[in-house]
Design a protein around this ligand. Structure first.
Ligand SMILES: Cc1cc2nc3c(=O)[nH]c(=O)nc-3n(C[C@H](O)[C@H](O)[C@H](O)COP(=O)(O)OP(=O)(O)OC[C@H]3O[C@@H](n4cnc5c(N)ncnc54)[C@H](O)[C@@H]3O)c2cc1C
Length: 545
């Protein structure tokens, strides 16, 4: 007989055995609409595999046991090796199995970016740190493809679906990962301040070997088989492929000084490294390092959007699950009118994030189409700013739905909350994203006009807020935009979300979203939707029970 003090009541069972794909109508609709239905079988399998307590336990373990740096071996030789918990490698193996690091490059076909985005979104609901090397590898491929000789050596190892955790020279491995090294102590946003220098060993320019001297202040996944690194030559900043192992068989001279003790993303190692004449091969044109590496940014930034949208979706499911099982004041939380308002508002936000993410993935499919290019170039940084920022407040609100149980590390909510800020900071922090949106508009005013026309197209179905939003965007004076860039970019992202909700979400969700996001009294906190909102259908749409 359990003692009376051990009897449990009104505690919520763990969420388990939920198919993360099938239970997400906005995602399923989007995958079909955006021509990725051919990937549904894989997504359904993946959704089932990821939506289990067993997989979430892997994620919890990988974060509870962060990587350990070993700088030297037993006899004092430098080894600069990072030891990860086995769960990290298991997570990476799962992501690799889905080809998240290469799908649209390895198997190009219509809808491939959308298919990969949907799979990444499912993975992002489980664990974020292990997705970092997947993102960097994915973004590096189009850049490496521009270097035919180097790419011929790497291609099969980049495209394989098998994870190879061994710390060996690239030639001895069947699978590799690529990282990125830009940020230095004196500046991350302003990479023009980089001081790391590169001296030619033999020959000069693209494809030639150099020796790098300097440091990087954030060098995530130092265990990657190579990093793309910015360093200065006589002609300015250039981009280098810097392998972990020197071609002569020794470890390359990349000394990992220490690993960051981070707020979140704890499963992933971010190192502070020094290059002591490290070997690197120039990629791209000499002196064009920034444009070369920025090429990757459209991909890494979209992954930040997907990652944050995934985080929001998982936090929403956990919040709804809790509210369905926990009672207070005589009825389940999900039936309390004020809680319904909070959850419905969260559900709208999540659907709008998912729609914008999928729309940007579609834009990646046709980079040469002027409208698609405008969506991609102007709205990717806008979405990176907006959705990553929303994830901060969002995960906090979902944690609060769990009450005190949300605040402890034995449950999932604390980790989701700690995970939220990183996407907003790395790959361009909030202000930098807003300035990037302005730059993109300045460079392509015709593209911006095309985008505005496209955003206005759904006007007929909207309640009028959309029309006002598009009007405000068109009228914003370019010379005043910098100071008000956050306001402007927020409006742009919201207008795009309203437009997509009007086009693709059920009318009650679209109208509630458009009305509330145009209402000054809504938005500061979740849960201030109007009395007339169709709470029931919105909640049912978010996660049918
Ligand atoms: C967990 C983690 C992992 C990372 N991994 C990597 C990695 O693998 N490789 C890598 O290269 N970097 C990495 N970074 C670094 C990251 O990309 C930088 O931290 C980021 O780009 C910001 O640079 P910074 O830290 O130097 O801040 P700063 O550049 O000093 O910026 C500080 C603040 O000022 C704002 N700001 C900057 N310029 C302006 C302006 N003109 N107007 C208004 N505001 C401005 C920024 O938005 C930011 O809020 C990582 C960071 C984190 C947190």
């Amino acid at each position: 007989m359990p003692s009376p003090t051990q009897e449990l009541s009104n505690q919520v069972p763990d969420l388990d055995h939920v198919n993360l794909y099938n239970s997400d109508p906005a995602l399923v609709d989007g995958v079909r609409r955006e021509q990725a239905a051919w990937h549904e079988e894989a997504l359904t399998r993946l959704g089932a595999e990821l939506g289990t307590a067993r997989t979430w336990q892997l994620a919890a373990l990988a974060n509870r046991h962060p990587p350990i740096l070993h700088t030297h071996d037993r006899v004092g030789r430098r080894i600069d090796t990072v030891e990860y918990h086995p769960s990290w490698h298991q997570l990476l193996a799962m992501q690799r199995q889905e080809n998240l690091q290469a799908l649209p490059w390895a198997e190009p076909r219509t809808g491939a970016h959308v298919a990969r985005t949907a799979a990444y979104y499912l993975q992002a609901q489980v664990e974020s740190g292990s997705l970092c090397p997947i993102t960097m590898t994915f973004a590096s491929i189009p850049l490496l493809q521009q270097e035919p000789a180097l790419f011929a050596e790497l291609k099969d190892k980049l495209y394989t679906r098998i994870h190879d955790p061994r710390d060996l020279p690239i030639a001895d491995k069947f699978s590799i990962m690529i990282g990125m090294g830009m940020t230095e102590k004196q500046g991350g946003s302003d990479v023009r301040s980089n001081t790391t220098s590169a001296r030619p060993i033999e020959g000069e320019g693209r494809g030639a070997a150099y020796m790098l001297t300097g440091h990087k202040w954030f060098y995530s996944v130092p265990a990657c088989d190579a990093h793309l690194v910015l360093a200065r030559t006589t002609k300015g900043l250039s981009c280098f492929f810097v392998p972990r192992w020197h071609p002569d068989g020794r470890k390359n001279a990349i000394l990992i000084q220490q690993l960051k003790d981070k707020l979140g993303n704890r499963s992933n190692a971010s190192g502070e490294v020094e290059f002591e004449e490290a070997y690197g091969v120039m990629v791209g044109e000499e002196g064009r390092g920034i444009p070369t590496i920025i090429e990757m940014a459209n991909h890494t930034r979209l992954d930040c959007v997907i990652g944050s949208a995934g985080l929001m979706r998982h936090a929403l499911m956990q919040a709804m699950h809790h509210a369905r099982h926990r009672s207070a004041f005589g009825k389940p939380l999900i039936e309390q009118p004020l809680m319904r308002n909070v959850l419905a508002d969260l559900a709208l936000e999540s659907e709008a994030a998912t729609l914008l993410m999928l729309r940007l993935a579609r834009a990646a499919e046709s980079p040469d189409d002027p409208l698609e290019a405008a969506w991609r170039r102007i709205l990717t940084p806008a979405a990176k700013f907006w959705i990553c920022k929303r994830a901060l407040a969002y995960t906090g609100e979902c944690m609060e739905v769990w009450g005190g149980n949300g605040y402890v590390e034995t449950g999932p909510m604390a980790r989701l909350y700690r995970e939220a800020p990183v996407n907003s900071i790395w790959e361009g922090s909030g202000n930098v994203m807003c300035l990037d949106v302005l730059r993109a508009i300045e460079r392509d005013p015709e593209g911006f006009e095309l985008l505005l026309q496209d955003l206005a197209q759904a006007e007929s179905a909207s309640s009028g807020h959309l029309k006002t939003l598009v009007h405000v965007l068109r009228k914003a004076a370019p010379d005043e935009r910098e100071t008000f860039a956050r306001r402007f970019v927020q409006q742009l992202a919201l207008t795009a979300q309203c437009r997509l909700m009007q086009e693709h979400a059920p009318a009650e969700s679209a109208n509630a979203f458009t009305a509330s996001r145009g209402d000054a009294f809504c938005g500061a906190v979740f849960g201030a939707l109007e009395q007339s909102t169709a709470f029931g259908p919105i909640l049912h749409r978010a996660w049918p029970d």
